[in-house]
Design a protein around this ligand. Structure first.
Ligand code: GDP
Ligand code: GDP
Length: 436
């Protein structure tokens, strides 16, 4: 099920990031850090009364050196386009300013629910001043203090009141959910259109889709697929789409519910830094990944060119050594038919369960070849291993002392698991625990 999205808007310095950080708290990442991938904290998960949602700090999306008013307009548009509920934040110490009124005008025209937060109300005496904010036209103003964490509960109660009712999660393991990600102009929408226009593809009837993040279900060769969030790709032409932080936001939103992320690269321009960051998000979120080299029609296509490009990818995307590479052209449709079978294969690997005895055989065989390390005279003892979850496959290895598990030995065990079991296209997690 799609999580609701809440965006915080307001002019600079009203306290948007302060509130964002309060609501998000510290997100604990279970995946190891990839060098070079620093998460821009403008989009994160939050939770209130057991309702999980995603929060956007639109203030973090700055469009270069555009004038302030233009930036505020863009931030409000992003909130209107992306969010289910908008928190409009003003500064309770300063009263209503012209800039607040500008933002209010834009929000007023949207049909999204708006919750008005009056920030910097740091003590109860200041509460009397909040009535003037009724004049903004968004109903009851909620006094809060981001700095002191006051009033946030009432504000959030009001926010989640506007969420759609919770649906039962669909228990449909057969459908493969995937998204197409990549920096602007690599050919994401071209690829989606090409896929959906293939002869053997049957696109399901989409009438009745009301929510703005449209998923496109289709069937090919008896397999059901859903492409996630193609609406965002089709709804184009906004100025802010070229800002990198906005594309990060789109990327995170698109991979959120996907099993498989297709990371698109442009063969014509080659690999740039931004491609690696995009790929890093998919890896960090534990999705299955296929690297798709698009615009292959622009390259003198022979075996050598392909090998050369593949080497380039392997050097630059070392953290994605498990991801298969597909070369194609969305425009000429050359090799396009090779893509979906690979998507299906990695999706199956992503959801693969292996029997505990097989896993333990693999690990014990590995240890027989390359004995466990010792540290300060103490030897690592591996007791047993078990798979704890799928998507991605995650294992726990129980040992005498986790401190003795050097990362290189863990890496060795991972390689041995990958040699024995086909996990092409999926990351795998290995957690090391002390056995009680
Ligand atoms: P943004 O530009 O809207 O993201 O605003 P920031 O979150 O960066 O906050 C701007 C300034 O206001 C910072 O100096 C914050 O410390 C301060 N601030 C944020 N919330 C509060 C609050 O509740 N009370 C007070 N007194 N200051 C706050
Ligand atoms: P997006 O921003 O990632 O969605 O990229 P688009 O699908 O809008 O494509 C960007 C540009 O690349 C457009 O001008 C497309 O016509 C072009 N393009 C997309 N795929 C291909 C391809 O396979 N070969 C060539 N030569 N051009 C392509």
């Amino acid at each position: 099920m799609r999580k609701s999205v809440v965006a915080i808007v307001g002019r600079p310095n009203v306290g948007k990031s302060t509130i964002f950080n309060r609501l998000v708290g510290e997100r604990i990442s279970i995946v190891e850090d990839i060098p070079g991938v620093t998460r821009d904290r403008i989009y994160s998960q939050a939770e209130w009364l057991n309702r999980e949602f995603n929060l956007i700090d639109t203030g973090g999306i700055e469009a270069g050196d555009e004038p302030l008013l233009v930036q505020m307009r863009q931030q409000a548009e992003i909130a209107i386009d992306e969010a289910d509920v908008i928190i409009f934040l003003v500064n309770g110490k300063e009263g209503i300013t012209g800039a607040d009124e500008e933002v209010a005008k834009l929000l007023f025209k949207s049909n999204k629910p708006i919750v008005l937060g009056v920030n910097k109300i740091d003590n109860p005496e200041m509460q009397e001043t909040i009535y003037e904010y009724y004049s903004l036209g968004f109903g009851e103003p909620f006094p809060i203090s981001g700095a002191h964490g006051l009033g946030l509960g009432d504000l959030l109660d009001e926010v989640i009141r506007h969420f759609p009712p919770e649906e039962e999660p669909e228990d449909d393991d057969e459908t493969i959910y995937f998204s197409v990600i990549g920096r602007p102009n690599v050919g994401k929408s071209s690829l989606v259109n090409a896929l959906l226009n293939e002869d053997r593809v049957i696109v399901s009837n989409m009438e009745g889709t009301t929510r703005d993040a449209v998923d496109t279900p289709f069937t090919r060769d008896g397999q059901d697929y859903v492409i996630i969030d193609t609406a965002g790709m089709r709804k184009r032409g906004k100025v802010y789409e070229t800002t990198e932080k906005y594309s990060v936001l789109r990327t995170l939103k698109a991979i959120e519910r996907a099993d498989v992320a297709l990371v698109l690269i442009d063969a014509e321009t080659g690999i740039i830094e931004q491609d690696k960051r995009v790929a890093g998000y998919a890896h960090e979120e534990g999705r299955a990944v296929v690297i798709v080299v698009n615009k292959w029609d622009t390259v003198e296509s022979d075996q050598k060119a392909m090998q050369k490009f593949e080497e380039d990818i392997r050097t630059q995307f070392q953290f994605l050594d498990y991801a298969p590479i597909v070369f194609l052209s969305a425009e000429t449709k050359k090799r396009l038919h090779t893509l979906l079978p690979v998507v299906k294969m990695v999706s199956e690997n992503h959801a693969k369960r292996i029997p505990t005895n097989l896993l333990n055989d693999v690990i014990m065989d590995a240890i027989a070849v390359n004995p466990t390390p010792t540290f300060k005279g103490k030897r690592l003892k591996v007791l047993y291993a078990t798979q704890v979850s799928v998507k991605p496959p995650s294992f726990v290895i129980f040992v005498n002392d986790p401190e003795l598990m050097h990362f290189s030995y863990k890496r060795f065990l991972e390689n041995k698991i990958r040699e024995a079991i086909d996990y092409t296209g999926t990351p795998i997690n290995i957690f090391v625990r002390r056995r009680q």
